[in-house]
Design a binder for this molecule. Structure first.
Ligand SMILES: C[S@@+](CC[C@H](N)C(=O)[O-])C[C@H]1O[C@@H](n2cnc3c(N)ncnc32)[C@H](O)[C@@H]1O
Length: 281
């Protein structure tokens, strides 16, 4: 035996044994503390990065899409795929491999990517009408087979803000892409776990036959990200309102309704209250 499996990665046996010995020593010293967890996380992220480099992928995130595909079979040869938040191009590389020469991959991101052969990668903000039109032009068919979105907003470091912004972005991507997703098509998106996730999933659920959360091995150590795998689009069954406004309303309701307004100026009215003339006695 020359190799062993660690968290789904094939690693040389010697490296695996060294890893196990070090883990034993760290656990004995720190007793399974957060420090050990952190060490493991960094080490495993590094291993995925090395594996990505060795396989010619631009980012370790490529393995997340590969593992989603392995489990859920979302992309098939000749499909047309929209890749939202495609920079630096790892998912686009995997999508091109999966659709083959008769398929189509269109990607979009705020940042420009080094070209990926077989994909058309557009620079722009997917929430902007101008970019949306460019994407529609590039797709050049009425409907698309699969949407994959790894979109994440610029991280400010303030967790609750980042998480809330990311869910709003996801809602926007659904609103743009659902009308062009074919009947029976699939939609995969990254979510950051936290407030609002359940509400968003409930709004999306009626649009698909199945909606499942999936945590690929390659992202298990990175915080709270999870992927929502929505399969078999059912356009006629889903409600016809937009996801984003409905999501904002759901969040308001969760917080007990809209915030009360500060002092409200009384509206001007022509209505006057007349004093009734009561006859004098
Ligand atoms: C985690 S990266 C995607 C990695 C990619 N899946 C890969 O494998 O190479 C998330 C991307 O979402 C992009 N993004 C964030 N907001 C966006 C928006 N409004 N429109 C388009 N892309 C956006 C970011 O620029 C970032 O490159």
């Amino acid at each position: 035996m020359t190799s062993a499996t660690r968290s789904g990665l094939i690693v040389p046996l010697e490296e695996y044994l060294v890893h196990e010995v070090i883990m034993g020593m760290l656990s004995a010293k720190y007793g399974g503390s957060a420090l050990v967890d952190r060490w493991v996380q960094d080490h495993q992220k590094d291993a995925w990065r090395k594996q990505a480099k060795a396989s010619g992928y631009r980012a370790r995130s490529a393995f997340k899409l590969k593992q989603i595909q392995e489990r859920h079979k979302i992309i098939k040869p000749e499909d047309s795929v929209l890749d939202v938040g495609c920079h630096p191009g790892g998912w686009a590389q995997v999508a091109v491999e999966l659709v083959g020469s008769k398929g189509k991959v269109v990607g979009v991101d705020l940042q420009s990517c080094i070209p990926v052969e077989g994909a058309n990668l557009i620079v722009g903000d997917i929430t902007e009408p101008f970019t949306q039109q460019a994407v529609l032009d590039a797709i050049d068919t009425e409907v698309i087979d699969v949407v994959v979105s790894d979109i994440s907003p610029h991280i400010t470091g303030k967790w609750d803000i980042d998480q809330a912004v990311s869910l709003m972005l996801v809602a926007d991507v659904f609103d743009f892409a659902l009308p062009i997703l074919k009947y029976g098509g699939h939609f995969v998106t990254k979510l950051f776990q936290g407030i609002g996730v359940e509400e968003l999933i409930e709004l999306v659920r009626p649009h698909f036959q199945t909606v499942k959360r999936f945590s690929p091995m390659a992202s298990r150590n990175s915080s709270s990200e999870v992927y929502l795998v929505c399969k078999f689009h059912t356009p006629k069954r889903g409600p016809d309102w937009e996801i984003r406004p409905a999501f904002e309303t759901a969040l308001e309701e969760r917080q007990g309704g809209p915030e009360p307004l500060d002092d409200v100026e009384p509206a001007k009215s022509t209505f006057t209250i007349r004093k009734r003339n009561t006859p004098k006695e």
